[in-house]
Every structure is written in C-alpha cells, then in structure tokens.
Ligand binder design. Structure first.
Ligand SMILES: Nc1ncnc2c1ncn2[C@@H]1O[C@H](COP(=O)(O)OP(=O)(O)OP(=O)(O)O)[C@@H](O)[C@H]1O
Ligand SMILES: [Mg+2]
Length: 421
C-alpha cells in the first residue's frame, strides 16, 4: 500500500493520564483531534448520577469540579496487571467490573477517532509501557492480554503492541539527519520508561527495527507517585499525618496514605474507617489535624485535594512556590508548597529511576559517555530535577525535548501504517 492512501489502521496511546489516537494520512498531522480540537483525551470517566451517563476527558473533569454528583474514575491504566482488575466497583448503584471501565474508555477513543477520520478502524497498534507491572512477568502478560481482550471486544480484528518509548523514538527519527545513539526517556503518570535505540534517517522506513533497539527498561514510577509524595510531605501533615498518640507512638499512616492516592481515597469515606478515626481522636495529643481530616471527609473533598496537589506540582515546574488554598476546610488554612519541598520529597523516587537507568546501560553494555542524545517525552519530564538528575548521568548527551503529549501516538500512527498498511 502506498503512503498516499490513508491507512485502515490506527495507533492508540492509552496513557495513565492522557490518551491519543494516531492515524497516518498524506499531508496531515499524525494525531486525530479527540476533544475540543485537541489531540489528547484525558484518561478520565465521570459517571454523572443525575443524568445517568458517563462523560469523558476534560468534560468529565469539568463536571466533577462543577460539583455534579457522581463518580470520577482516573488512572484506569494503573488497574492493568493489578489485583483490582478482577474486582468491581459500584457505579450509579450497580456493580461494574473494572475491566469494563477500560472498555468504556478505549471504546470512546475508538469512537471519537473514527468520527474524526470518517472511517472505521479494524486494526490497531496499542502502545504499552516497557513494564505494566515491575518484576512480575506473569502479571505483566496478563495486563497485555486484558488489553487484547478489551480491543477485540470493541471490534478491532487485529491487535498488536509497540513499546511506548520506541514509538516516541520513531517520531523523533523522522527529524534526524545522521545516525545517533538515543536514550528515549518517557516519564508519564504511571511509569518511567527507557529505551536505548539506534536512530538514523536511512533506517526510518525499514519495517523491522528490532536490531536497532539495544535495550529497554523502566520502573513503575511516574507523576502519580510524585503527587503522592508531595501530598505526604506538604499537605497531609496539616491533616494529622504523623500525629503523636498519647502512648507516644505515631498515628497509623494508612489513612493518609489512602488519602494521598487517587484510587484509595474512597476508603476514607467508609463508615468503619470514620468510626476507627473517631475512636482514635481521643488518644491523639493534638487533635487539630485529625479534626481537619473529619471536615475533609465530611465534604468528600479528597479527590478535590488530590487535584489541587497535582496542579501545584505542575506549577512548581515553572515556579518556586505554589500554595494550596484550603480555606474550604478551615478559614485561612494554606499548604505552603515549594519546589524545594517537592524536590526533596521525590528524591527517593528519583534515586530509583536513576538506578533503573544505570541497570539498563549495564545490561546493554553501553558506557554512559557513548549516548549521543537524551530524548525526553511524557508529562512528568517537565520536572526539572528529574531531567537534571538523569542528564548528569550521561555526560556527552545533549537533551532534546519531544512533543510532551504527542510523540507516542504519532509514532504509533507510523507503526500502524507499517504493519497493516
Ligand atoms: N509541566 C509539568 N510538570 C510536571 N509534571 C507534569 C507537567 N505536565 C503534566 N505533568 C504530569 O505528567 C503526567 C501525565 O503525563 P502523560 O500524559 O505523559 O502520562 P501518560 O502517558 O498518561 O502516562 P503513562 O505513560 O505513565 O501511562 C501527570 O502525572 C501530570 O501531572
Ligand atoms: Mg505515556
């Protein structure tokens, strides 16, 4: 098939936070518009109780923030390979298996892409992280199998995979003039992925690039983990995290850990949790924090708070200071978040990311000074401490910033065309 006729196959970058759909067409950009003329659809579903319908993406976040009653589901991709996937959740009063939620969201991506492209897609190349699950190849395989099953159920006849960072690399390669040894670093919401690849303009159109992929690696750490650490360092202490009990022990940490993690916030609203907290209150030396926690629970403000923390983290990529106004919990209450606090909170995670990169270089038998280019993609590559700390490991490499949100989907469009025409 010639590149002059549009392919019947698409590429889907189903991300933890944002998703894109790529489709190679002559003379057109590689990414389809999915919402309000934009190429990303945030990976979010909101089940609006009143209107009994799911809404997606920015609209979902908007309705949730406007205070509509309902259930907001985020980071669906993190469910892949986790034990939660076998369970179900209650949505609009009925039990819904988590697996079906994935089908809802990916089905919506397909639907929107098809309506933009004015055709149905029967073949798909799905991006996948290097590891869905760390150090558990059975769970990792199961995560991929789940996606295959979901895609078939949605009507895709052919389903195959490409590593997300490799897809990002293919897109970058189209801009090169000479061969380079490139380390692709994709830091998203859920994972940090690395790929060491040989890129060259003359290789760009070869179908099989396996031999140019020298090594892939990664670790299950991403922006969601940064949010959690920022919350634990700068916000949760205001809500009693680390309070002393009269016995001199610390208050158990599970409540605040749950509150700082999107998926487990609802656990705090369970009646038995509230009873346990109420009993504990009398054993806590200073109840100021736990009383704020009660107020937050009463307002069901856990998800709101998690979003404020994420917004602050993003703002801290540009600024040194980004306070969160908590006056809805207590008049005048502010969480003073600074870049310094953020960077020290995530340092243990950065260390694990560095270790993963060092491991990859050693597995590939590549010395740090052989790498020509660091190619950054993924939203969390906006964290400058992270970029600095990785760049310092590779003294000869220049840093290139890719299209933060579009590189992968665009590369998958190229891959889908190569595989299926
Ligand atoms: N300017 C920024 N600075 C720091 N973090 C950012 C910035 N912009 C977005 N993020 C974070 O990037 C993450 C989303 O990135 P991205 O859309 O690349 O992830 P994803 O592809 O959905 O996830 P994954 O690849 O892990 O499945 C979120 O955690 C978000 O908070
Ligand atoms: Mg991604």
């Amino acid at each position: 098939m010639s590149i002059l006729s549009p392919a019947r196959a698409c590429g889907i970058d189903f991300g933890t936070s944002n998703s894109t759909v790529g489709w190679l067409r002559p003379g057109q950009p590689n990414l389809l518009e999915l919402e309000d003329g934009r190429i990303t659809l945030p990976s979010v579903i909101f089940f609006n109780t009143e209107e009994r319908r799911p809404v997606y993406g920015r609209q979902a976040l908007q309705e949730y923030l406007e205070g509509y009653e309902g259930r907001l589901m985020r980071s669906l991709k993190s469910l892949l390979g986790s034990r939660l996937l076998k369970s179900e959740t209650t949505v609009l009063g009925s039990a819904l298996p988590f697996r079906e939620l994935l089908g809802f969201f990916i089905g919506e991506l397909k639907k929107r892409a098809e309506s933009q492209a004015s055709r149905t897609f029967e073949e798909v190349v799905l991006g996948r992280p290097v590891f869905f699950v760390d150090d558990d190849s059975a769970a990792d395989q199961e995560a991929q199998n789940t996606l295959v099953a979901v895609a078939h159920k949605l009507g895709f006849k052919e389903v195959s995979f490409q590593y997300e960072p490799i897809a990002a690399a293919f897109d970058y390669e189209s801009t090169l003039e000479r061969e380079e040894l490139v380390l692709i670093i994709d830091i998203g919401g859920g994972t940090s992925d690395f790929s060491l690849v040989r890129l060259a303009p003359q290789r760009h159109h070869q179908a099989d690039r396996q031999s140019d992929i020298l090594a892939t690696g990664g670790v299950h750490i991403g922006g969601n983990d940064f949010d959690k650490q920022l919350s634990l360092a700068g916000v949760m202490p205001l809500f009693g995290y680390g309070s002393r009990m009269k016995s001199d022990a610390f208050m158990p940490t599970s409540y605040h850990l749950n509150l700082a993690t999107w998926h487990t916030i609802n656990a705090l609203y369970a009646q038995k949790t509230q009873l346990a907290l109420q009993n504990m209150r009398y054993d806590i030396v200073d109840a100021t924090g736990i009383d704020r926690l009660f107020s937050l629970i009463e307002q069901r403000a856990g998800h709101w708070l998690a979003m404020r923390v994420e917004d602050s983290k993003i703002a801290l990529s540009e600024r040194d200071l980004c306070p969160i106004d908590l006056s809805r919990i207590e008049p005048g209450l502010v969480a003073e978040l600074t870049r310094e606090l953020f960077e020290s909170a995530i340092e243990p995670l950065l260390e694990r990311i560095r270790a993963s990169l060092a491991q990859l270089l050693s597995n590939a038998d590549i010395k740090a000074d052989q790498v020509d280019t660091l190619f950054f993609t993924g939203g969390s590559s906006g964290v400058s401490a992270l970029r600095r700390s990785l760049a310092a490991m590779l003294p000869n490499a220049r840093s290139v910033e890719g299209n933060t949100f579009g590189s992968i989907g665009s590369g998958l469009a190229i891959e889908a065309w190569k595989r299926y025409g």
